[in-house]
Design a protein around this ligand. Sequence first.
Ligand SMILES: Nc1nc2c(ncn2[C@@H]2O[C@H](COP(=O)(O)OP(=O)(O)OP(=O)(O)O)[C@@H](O)[C@H]2O)c(=O)[nH]1
Ligand SMILES: [Mg+2]
Length: 319
Amino acid sequence: MSVRSQSSKPSDSSEAAHRAGFACFVGRPNAGKSTLTNALVGQKVAITANQPQTTRHTVRGIVHREDAQLILVDTPGLHKPRTLLGERLNDVVRTTWAEVDVIGFCLPANEKLGPGDRFIAKELASIKKTPKIAIVTKTDLVDSKTLAEQLIAIDQLGKELGFEWAEIVPVSAVGDKQVDLLADLLVPLLPEGPALYPEGDLTDEPEQIMIAELIREAALEGVRDELPHSIAVVVEEMLPREDRPADKPLLDIHAFVYIERPSQKGIIIGPKGKRLKEVGIKSRKQIEALLGTPVFLDLHVKVAKDWQRDPRQLRKLGF
Ligand SMILES: Nc1nc2c(ncn2[C@@H]2O[C@H](COP(=O)(O)OP(=O)(O)OP(=O)(O)O)[C@@H](O)[C@H]2O)c(=O)[nH]1
Ligand SMILES: [Mg+2]
């Protein structure tokens, strides 16, 4: 039988069926999960920072392809919790990986496997039904020998725990290396089915949350120690400015930057308010790009005492 006649048969299955489903990225804080999510989606849907525990809720990023719709679920870094917030974040991660079609375990190429990675791998090993891909992130930071050693160590880790990785893929989200390949490897692991989100949707994050996150990202830059964990941002109000001509709209956004202690106020605001002003300028530019409209951003710093440990405050802040 010729190839041609085979492919013309109505029952032929050589035309791959459309697939749609969920893949989550898990890993230690700072492993590069959110940066990878953004690289795959082709736009920033999750904020990133060179600090652990940047992501505080699951963020969906949607990759549209001819053959598939791949919905990525970026999760907070899994860590040893020290606060109620930390416990809540870990719960979110565990709930997520029970719900997805494939799990991508992110391990940075430039850090040797540690107890934190082993701990996560062990938990993943107990989820038998879901395929697991090991993703070696930040490959641009290491030479080929170090990368090879990391790949071997990860393969070994799976064997020790009694499972095989569906794939082990090295990627660089910053260098855009093998990011498309990763999508190619994730798609066949999704179930067959029609698209779950409308074409063009890149995320289902509400605008107000994305705006608060962009402000928090700007506020995180350059702060150290405990302060990054203490910052939370809430957008209180978004209103079009009245009496503006139709061709010159302006959106007023009022947001609160919360910290945990009065002593942190000075650092966030900076001398003569300089730092807060910079945070405002930086995030406003990104918000304007996101919304496609000029914005007046009004930021206020408020103390929410020890909110990371306080159930009532956590609820108020959306956790
Ligand atoms: N050189 C390099 N840096 C990267 C790469 N991917 C991420 N990073 C950096 O690693 C840091 C952490 O990245 P994130 O994407 O925020 O990490 P995360 O895993 O989402 O962190 P949490 O949300 O805290 O769990 C940031 O400074 C990124 O710029 C990469 O491919 N190459
Ligand atoms: Mg993140």
